[in-house]
Design a protein around this ligand. Sequence first.
Ligand SMILES: Cc1cc2nc3c(=O)[nH]c(=O)nc-3n(C[C@H](O)[C@H](O)[C@H](O)COP(=O)(O)OP(=O)(O)OC[C@H]3O[C@@H](n4cnc5c(N)ncnc54)[C@H](O)[C@@H]3O)c2cc1C
Ligand code: FES
Length: 276
Amino acid sequence: MPYIGRATVTAKREFARNMVSITIQCPAVAQESLPGQFVQVRAWPGPGTAADPLLDRPLSVAGVDKQKGTFELLVRVVGRGTRLLASVPVGETIRVTGPLGRGFLEAAGAAGPSILVGGGVGLAPLKFLAEVLTAGGHEVLSLVGARNAAELPPPGELAGKVQVATDDGSAGFHGTVVALLEQMLTMVVFRSGRVPAPVVYACGPTPMLRALKASATLLGLPVYLSLEERMACGIGACRGCAVRQVGPKMAAGEVKMVRVCHEGPVFAAGEVDLDA
Ligand SMILES: Cc1cc2nc3c(=O)[nH]c(=O)nc-3n(C[C@H](O)[C@H](O)[C@H](O)COP(=O)(O)OP(=O)(O)OC[C@H]3O[C@@H](n4cnc5c(N)ncnc54)[C@H](O)[C@@H]3O)c2cc1C
Ligand code: FES
């Protein structure tokens, strides 16, 4: 059962340009969360007549400290909900429901050498995944994309090896993170024959996920994607986040929808239609 209740903000810091790291004291979420799972948060009154925004906002768990009983969120301010959340002072409480959804390793079934691909708010679940995989002794390479150097996380924030790509070439590879992945794989980084083929885990904007799905599938790599559909209830009740399921398990003409908040947010790339 997810935790539902109030939790105290214990620390805040700037993580990257326009992205705040918020640490929250909540032992239940810290103990139970798995990489790729998310919480629904509310830093404003409600639910009730004056609730604005009306709905809680979904945010990925970006890391946990089980001993301290805290978990971390990485919040990019894009609207009223994230602005209110990012401005909660240390010592104040917010409402938390979670952890929710299916994480990366539950979707993949096992851990091994991994390539993590993402950028922007997609970094949040990947940061947590990199920590768990490296702690388990697995080889991890994170490919982090951003528009420019200022939007990248500072060095040392992600566990394992990190390579960066920027659209304007101000840091690392000049181009998209998917183009960087293609270059890395053709350089035979993981393909020495001495290690199993890596699994690719990704989170980011849909066009990036679409491009990644096409490249990695072509290269024959298993790919798991975390989708960030808009959500309402966040607990599988309203079907507002449903996406179309695809793949070999579907009969011809069969139409089936899966809920991103409940069956996801992580899916095998071949399992969901990113073009709808
Ligand atoms: C499973 C999941 C995990 C997420 N994890 C994170 C995270 O770790 N950090 C983080 O900063 N954000 C994350 N998000 C996105 C976050 O939930 C939204 O940015 C937030 O709900 C926006 O609320 P708002 O009131 O600030 O903006 P709104 O006023 O609701 O929207 C502002 C603008 O952002 C757009 N927008 C809002 N939600 C989304 C979305 N889900 N996808 C694309 N565009 C959207 C709107 O269309 C609008 O243009 C996640 C979303 C999901 C579904
Ligand atoms: S947001 Fe309600 S079912 Fe997913």
